[in-house]
Design a protein around this ligand. Sequence first.
Ligand code: PSU
Ligand code: MN
Length: 301
Amino acid sequence: MLAILPEVADALSEGRGVVALESTLIAHGLPWPDNLETARASQAAIREAGAVPATVAVVGGVVRVGLLDDELEHVARSGHFLKASRRDLSTAVAKGLDAATTVSATLWVAKKAGIGVMATGGLGGVHRGAATTFDISTDLDELARADGMAVVCSGVKSILDVPATLDALETRGVAVVGYRTGTFPAFTTASSGLPLDARVESPTEAARLVRSHRELGLPGAVVLAQPVADRDALDRDEMEAALAQGLELARSHGVAGKAVTPFLLDHLRKATGGRSLAANRVLIVANARLAGEVTVSLARG
Ligand code: PSU
Ligand code: MN
């Protein structure tokens, strides 16, 4: 049921490093043409690290693992790709639809294809107000079952309830490791201020930790959380103020469920004069690069 690009299939059968990339951030997270530029730069960064990129999406009802450049452009440009979490995959396939995959769907597809490392910008998690709305991303449950997967990100979407999300990850037994940081990154802000129990300083050390997790047969993924580069990072108070405003707007416009993220990201972009978008781009590419380095180190054994 999976259409694996020959280049990706070859790399997998030869035991070379492969990194899975999600496509929701291309179709829904970033505006055109930043989305295509970022998707291309992410793939290039993975190649520079010596690994092979595999962007995941459903195209015409086919679950694709690895996209050619014109297909990447189609995802970025078309505007009609659905946002598919894991549970939406069967509908997309049965109906022959185009769908971008979230972290949960990408993790599931990657695992199925035999890919052990993925990269993204920010994970989904517990939304603010989840105590009454029950809006908790299925990303968290998939992270809990994606045994031995390494997921490189810059924490979770800043629009979430970050402390509650960290707690939910702990409950689910998902290992969260800071990459050259002792606190959980907060997406376009370098730190949430929330302490982490573990940190690593290099791709080799990260790979060693992932290998231990796998050899122990522990369930769930290892989340490797890398902060956005200092020079691109946004100030936490500024972000919080813009967010509060955006959340209020979303509420008054009746925006709910999976439409919330694109709405808020767009609001933040305007409110920060484009700096949140620039930081978002930078961190996505940096995470792809780090994921490439980690998968190469894992492949060396
Ligand atoms: N982070 C972003 N932009 C995004 C996402 C995360 O900055 O578009 C996407 C990811 O694909 C993630 C998904 O898996 O949002 C989670 O969505 P939901 O809250 O609907 O589960
Ligand atoms: Mn959500």
